[in-house]
Write a protein that binds this ligand. Structure first.
Ligand SMILES: CC(C)(COP(=O)(O)OP(=O)(O)OC[C@H]1O[C@@H](n2cnc3c(N)ncnc32)[C@H](O)[C@@H]1OP(=O)(O)O)[C@@H](O)C(=O)NCCC(=O)NCCS
Length: 181
């Protein structure tokens, strides 16, 4: 498995990246066409896009990021690993590679928003997150393998939440870590 820059992906590999995105995050990209658009946007100048390629040349995962706050902050968006390849460290390798490239570009912080659309964390399904919001953030936990635990293992912390981002009780959880100084 090797990490390649998105700019070097073939058309076939870009299509593979889109298929993985539509399969793994259907709440965000409900069709292959939308996912293909996202892949192309991720390849735009100024952004970062890294893909994991297996020994046969197939894309098995990818990550994108875009600069915010004049490049001091990079926003990870999106991250996906093909279903049959999850749990083998590919997501970790992709995030580590992204951290390195964002740091090289002057990034101090890597951040992301991870939605809870279906009550997979203790914040999901709460019709009024505003009541004792700091307390709820302190006590946040994953209930059904929400990716917050994946990101925590990589050193990210929960730094905030956008209540009702995807509808009432369906928040976007904000996470960040320091990657440079
Ligand atoms: C989340 C995702 C990118 C992780 O990639 P991956 O290659 O499966 O992750 P890794 O194998 O590198 O896992 C690293 C560690 O995190 C853990 N982990 C991975 N996904 C997890 C989850 N959803 N919940 C809890 N722990 C998780 C692994 O068990 C592993 O733990 P270990 O180091 O103790 O063995 C992948 O599962 C995926 O594509 N999921 C669907 C799309 C998605 O949710 N993307 C993120 C949106 S913000």
């Amino acid at each position: 498995m090797k990490i390649i820059n998105g700019a070097n992906l073939t058309r076939h590999q870009r299509n593979q990246a889109a298929v993985i995105l539509a399969e793994q995050l259907p709440d965000g990209w409900s069709s292959l066409a939308e996912a293909a658009d996202e892949v192309m946007e991720s390849l735009e100048a100024g952004r970062l896009m890294l893909a994991a390629e297996d020994a046969s040349g197939d894309v098995v995962g990818w990550v994108g990021a875009l600069p915010q706050y004049d490049g001091r902050v990079w926003e990870l968006h999106p991250l996906v690993v093909r279903g049959d390849q999850q749990g083998q460290g590919i997501g970790t390798i992709l995030v580590r590679a992204l951290e390195s490239q964002a740091r090289e570009r002057g990034g101090i912080t890597l951040m992301l928003g991870t939605d809870d659309e279906n009550n997979r964390t203790s914040l999901g399904g709460d019709p009024d997150l505003y009541a004792d919001l700091p307390g709820k953030l302190t006590r946040i936990r994953s209930l059904h393998r929400h990716p917050i635990d994946f990101y925590r293992k990589l050193g990210f912390q929960v730094v905030g939440v956008v209540p009702d981002a995807n509808g009432v009780g369906r928040p976007d959880i904000l996470m960040a870590k320091r990657i440079g100084i």
